[in-house]
Design a binder for this molecule. Structure first.
Ligand SMILES: [Zn+2]
Length: 301
């Protein structure tokens, strides 16, 4: 008797967990998000949706665009946006850390984080993932100012000294980049050169190189050929992207099943899912970009 009772309760528990799983799956797939809408969005309480807050939505996008240029610090970005009138829902100017939180929130490219887990949302994205990634790059670069120095030596490694054949090295002095011969082979009379001067020399050399008319004909013919075959390859390209998106979606489903069956740990699930969702967004954006470009070409012709 006891056995039967246990058996029944096991049946009941199994069934319950199946139902819980199903409910969870459905909720996840619907992309439902509850809670406060982030800056730039509003809670549409009637329809239980999160919708763009038109003016702030535009300004938040502007924030990403400005920061992505790499020309503005977090504080500069915050100040510029404050000038344009971006304030929180309580009418307060955003703090620098508010600004940073916005720039790091995947919500703006159509996802949302819930209990540290990334989900695909149903709300309208304010920006592309491409722009979001660009901001993350800028942020990483600003956090390591040493890396910025690399850009200050654009000609390094490209040249040899005309007099002695040694490599050219560079250094920054009082905000200017100087290049000089390493003089490793001994005596060489060459002095320092400022980068601006070097750039001018390089420019003059490049100007002298021009395309011969034969070469031009050849290139034009090649371009024609390419255009002719591009219709076919466009189709393949689009189909390929669609297949990749589908395959990521299938992997996501299997991943969720594995997680619900406790085959993988929560940490593994969350990490893999985040990677897959971001991949999916990348493919979808590529597809959208491509379709937009295709439409423009059709309009032009
Ligand atoms: Zn030299």
């Amino acid at each position: 008797m006891l056995n039967i009772a246990f058996g029944q309760s096991k049946y009941y528990v199994d069934n319950l967990s199946e139902n819980v799983k199903r409910g969870l799956r459905q909720k996840v797939r619907r992309g439902e998000q509850s809670g406060q809408a982030p800056t730039g969005y509003l809670n549409d309480k009637l329809n239980k949706k999160i919708i763009p807050d038109v003016e702030r939505f535009r300004l938040v996008r502007k924030m990403f665009e400005l920061y992505a240029t790499g020309n503005y610090s977090l504080k500069d970005t915050r100040n510029l946006l404050a000038q344009k009138g971006l304030v929180s829902k309580n009418g307060k100017v955003l703090t620098v850390s508010n600004t940073q939180m916005i720039l790091k929130n995947p919500f703006y490219y159509g996802m949302f984080l819930f209990n540290k887990e990334l989900y695909q949302g149903k709300h309208e994205p304010a920006i592309s993932k491409k722009l979001f990634d660009k901001c993350a790059e800028v942020s990483a670069r600003n956090a390591h100012p040493m890396k910025r120095g690399i850009n200050k030596h654009v000609f390094r490694g490209l040249m040899k000294c005309a007099e002695c054949g040694c490599g050219i090295t560079s250094e920054v002095q009082k905000g200017h980049t100087y290049y000089r011969c390493t003089k490793k082979k001994g005596i060489c009379a060459q002095k320092y050169v400022r980068e601006e001067f070097l750039a001018e020399q390089a420019n003059n050399i490049i100007k002298k190189v021009s395309l011969s008319s034969e070469w031009k004909e050849f290139m034009l013919a090649e371009l024609d050929k390419e255009q002719a075959s591009s219709f076919h390859s466009d189709e393949l390209f689009v189909q390929n992207l669609k297949n990749q998106i589908k395959s990521v979606e299938e992997t996501l489903d299997r991943l969720l099943d594995a997680h619900l069956d406790s085959t993988i740990t929560s940490e593994e699930y969350i990490a893999k899912k985040q990677k897959l969702l971001n991949q999916k967004i990348d493919f979808s954006e590529k597809l959208k970009d491509f379709e937009r470009k295709g439409n423009r070409l059709l309009e032009l012709s």
